[in-house]
Design a binder for this molecule. Sequence first.
Ligand code: ZN
Ligand code: ZN
Length: 324
Amino acid sequence: MSTTVHDRQSRDHTRTEAAPQPMLAGEKSPAELFLVKLFAIVPALALAAAVPLAWGWGLGWTDVGLAVFFYTLTCLGVTIGFHRYFTHGAFTATRGLRIALAVTGSMALQGPIIGWVADHRRHHAYADREGDPHSPWLFGTSAGALAKGFWHAHMGWMFQREQTNAVRFAPDLLADPDIQRVNRWFPALTVVSLLAPAVAGGLITWSWWGALTAFFWAGLVRVAVLHHVTWSVNSICHMIGDRPFTARDKSANFWPLALLSMGESWHNSHHADPTCARHGVQRGQIDISARLIRIFEKLGWATKVRWPRPERLARKLNTTGSAS
Ligand SMILES: [Zn+2]
Ligand SMILES: [Zn+2]
């Protein structure tokens, strides 16, 4: 099956709501649920408890460089790969780029690719309504309900047992043997993602101590920071910020996260035009992911890129001028 067909399908499935397939399929096993909790919480604990401790005695420039490198690589794997390309079909990619994006996105440790894409397509199909896997608005609008909603949208939803039905939401990925393979490799890619910084740090400093500090900063802390930035798009960017475009949901543009999220926090613009390759569509809105897609396009690796169209944007502008 060609990439073009994949992408057309992925666009269709973002919108399809009346498909005969059920929305959910089975439940996570207790072992799977344990692993989700382990990988969501251990890096976060490392971040919270040890950053103040380690600062000053266990952080060198090698650690900083490796952390920035692995953060950038895996963040772009998620934003350009899992999100804009695999979920929304914002462009078509050569087979090499397609696999590279699947691998680097998997190394962000946000779950295997097929489940990630299925969950996110379901999020767009039901955004902020019953059926959305991670809306902060499911419990009401009182202060208590919103606190509960924030926790649910940020992390809590992952600890629920229900699983999105990939047969309904990601049939294009299920039909691709290469993607099936990357999906199965997720445990191995998790190990690679955590150990590669340690190996690099050890070789650069030629010491076990250098390997250990690189594992901590460019492995655990890097994973935790990217987790919380990605999860903030689901929580904060459906609660707080500007809404220059009309969307059917509560998505908002939250500028303070634009750099760290590599353009994903322009989330109101994204929900207004989900298949668009650029999320920061207004003047001055930095979108690093879109810049790299442009470079891929110039290299001939990305084609049929869906760049913003001014007339379409103008139609979607929120003329009531409401913010947050
Ligand atoms: Zn959203
Ligand atoms: Zn999306």
